[in-house]
Design a binder for this molecule. Structure first.
Ligand code: 6YU
Length: 508
């Protein structure tokens, strides 16, 4: 028997989804396809997509938010949907591309520059990048073993790198050894961007290995990530989303009206009664607004997990040039500061030297499509400070940086465009990471519906989706989709298992 049939040709349950990002859209799609008639999305902004946001720099399409399909292969729902809608380049569809197992770190062709204006050779940097890759891999293994020697990834990598450098590189001259440690500092800054953390000293060593990668060489959407959103939205009934409708408070266990246990109060004053609400707001927003957003307040164990999990900032600065100053085959440019052999990934004086946190640039390819455009990456408080500067100040900082590292005093950017995710009031940062002291239980707590098990009240009043509720694909778009489907399935199986007389009678 089909799911639709089991649901008695569509139940009348009123379901409100808060947020029209990937997880909210995925939940709505699955519920509507399963016969639920009364599904609504309330979205604070004027657009769908949330942290999937395609913009323009001149004639070029650039991604302000999510960039890649991480691990484009059969198990990745983003890949499968993008393939189904015909949104990918043929290369991304090849079995070879899908089979590549890169462990989350694509093997890009690098150029390394140093702060004294030198282009570094493979010989200079390879021992350091190899040691770093080894340490990163070891960092992810404590999750299954337990008994980690340090609380955070940063301390583990620093202490081991120092130890191993003293052993392995003891016959190397002091300048080269120091430069290699500076390369490790640069790699730590890369990891801050990958993890969405201020510093790797904030990422818990015990939980680092919770994140799982999928096979497949990361690929992009030639027409922009928002193509995926447009295709999915076109399959939803028109009028399902109310835009510019921020939700102020979710009143659950609503004693006044037993048949509609949830009352959603919007900023504009509208009050919407519902049987279920799926909350997909980002963890950054939850951290800041949980106390106003839920009445009664969240149970303490859930609140503690919201507080314990990390949610940091990773921003991009797109920079266009008249001509390239990097090699034709170069895919990523790393900038190594020669005074950073202490392997610290935070700058001491954010206002004066925020730019030192920018690890380098990825090169937008193919050149025929994008022209000469680089994407600079900067994480942490330095990134949050960058957001407060004017575009001219950021452009000046980038120009000085590139001139210094290339030794070419004439390089001048044509224009720039940067993201500002920390100051986005509906996101408050970029994505989550397991901070010090986190465990799998925190992600379990994040996804646990309210009221919690054992309560006598109506079940599944408040459900939680969004990237920060996925046990192993958090921080990604595929993680977000899967959480939307998970919560929709939770409701579908709930209604599949109850008799018609118990179904809600009301209409939205
Ligand atoms: C990916 C990638 N990528 C770069 C940057 C960012 C992110 N991600 P949404 O926020 O989308 O939706 C919530 C909605 O709720 C939103 O529309 C709000 O307006 C609304 N809302 C809020 N409050 C409300 C209220 N009160 N009322 C009503 N509405 C309200 N992911 O797969 N590939 O390349 C990147 C990247 C700069 C910012 C990314 C990437 C993350 C994804 O963008 C993100 O997870 C999903 O879009 C979230 O969807 P959602 O529905 O949950 O929320 C080893 C190891 C380490 C572990 N990490 C490795 C992975 C690395 C991740 N890498 C990311 C890198 C980039 C570059």
């Amino acid at each position: 028997m089909s799911v639709k049939h089991r649901l008695y040709k569509g139940v009348n349950a009123k379901i409100v989804i808060i947020g029209c990002g990937m997880s909210g859209i995925a939940a709505a799609q699955r519920l509507v396809n399963s016969g639920f008639h009364h599904v609504r999305i309330l979205e604070a902004t004027a657009r769908s997509g949330g942290r999937i946001k395609t913009g323009r720099l001149g004639d070029n399409i650039v991604e302000i938010g999510a960039n890649w399909i991480h691990g484009p292969s059969e198990e990745n729902p983003v890949f499968c949907l993008a393939r189904q809608y015909g949104l990918l380049d043929p290369e991304a569809l090849t079995p070879q591309n899908q089979a590549m197992d890169i462990g989350g770190h694509p093997p890009w062709v690098p150029n390394f520059f140093s702060s004294s204006g030198q282009k570094l050779t493979a010989e200079d940097i390879k021992p350091a990048t190899e040691m770093f890759a080894e340490l990163l891999h070891e960092s992810s293994e404590f999750q299954s073993q337990g008994g980690e020697p340090w609380a955070c990834v940063g301390d583990f990598i620093r202490s081991e790198a120092q130890k191993r450098a003293a052993e392995k590189w003891k016959d190397i001259d002091a300048t080269t050894r120091s430069l290699r440690l500076c390369v490790i500092s640069n790699m730590l800054k890369v990891e801050c961007c990958v993890n969405g953390s201020h510093s790797m000293d904030e990422v818990g060593l015990g939980a680092f290995g919770l994140y799982k990668t999928l096979p497949g060489l990361d690929c992009t959407f030639p027409g922009g990530y928002e193509d995926l959103i447009r295709n999915l939205m076109s399959e939803l009934p028109s009028g399902l989303v109310t835009y510019n409708q921020p939700v102020r408070c979710v009143h659950w266990n609503n004693a006044e009206k037993r048949e509609n246990p949830v009352m959603i109060e919007c900023d504009a004053g509208e009050r919407i009664a519902a049987d279920h609400v799926i909350v997909t707001v980002p963890l950054g927003y939850l951290k800041k607004h949980h106390s106003a957003l839920f009445r009664p307040p969240l149970p303490l164990h859930k609140l503690h997990s919201i507080q314990r999990l990390g949610f940091g900032t990773n921003n991009k600065i797109f920079v266009e040039f008249d001509s390239p100053w990097w090699d034709a085959d170069c895919e990523v440019i790393y900038l190594v500061w020669e005074d950073e052999n202490d392997m610290v990934d935070q700058v001491p004086d954010v206002q004066r030297s925020w730019i030192k946190k920018l690890f380098g640039f990825t090169v937008l390819k193919p050149t025929e499509r994008y022209g000469h455009v680089l994407c600079g990456w900067i994480a942490g408080h330095e990134s949050e400070y960058m957001e407060t500067l004017s575009e001219q100040e950021v452009t000046h900082g980038i120009m000085q940086l590139i001139r210094r590292f290339t030794g070419n005093p004439t390089i001048t950017p044509r224009r720039i465009l940067r993201s500002q995710w920390f100051h986005d009031p509906w996101t408050c940062g970029s994505y989550c990471h397991p901070a010090i002291g986190c465990s799998a239980q925190d992600l379990e707590n994040m996804m646990e519906p309210l009221p919690t098990k054992g309560s006598q009240s109506q079940p599944l009043q408040v459900l939680f989706a969004g990237e920060a509720t996925h046990p192993c694909y958090y921080s990604t778009v595929h993680g977000a989709i899967l959480t939307g489907w998970r919560e929709a399935d939770r409701l579908i199986s709930h209604y599949s298992s109850i008799s018609p007389s118990e179904l809600p009678k009301s209409k939205l």
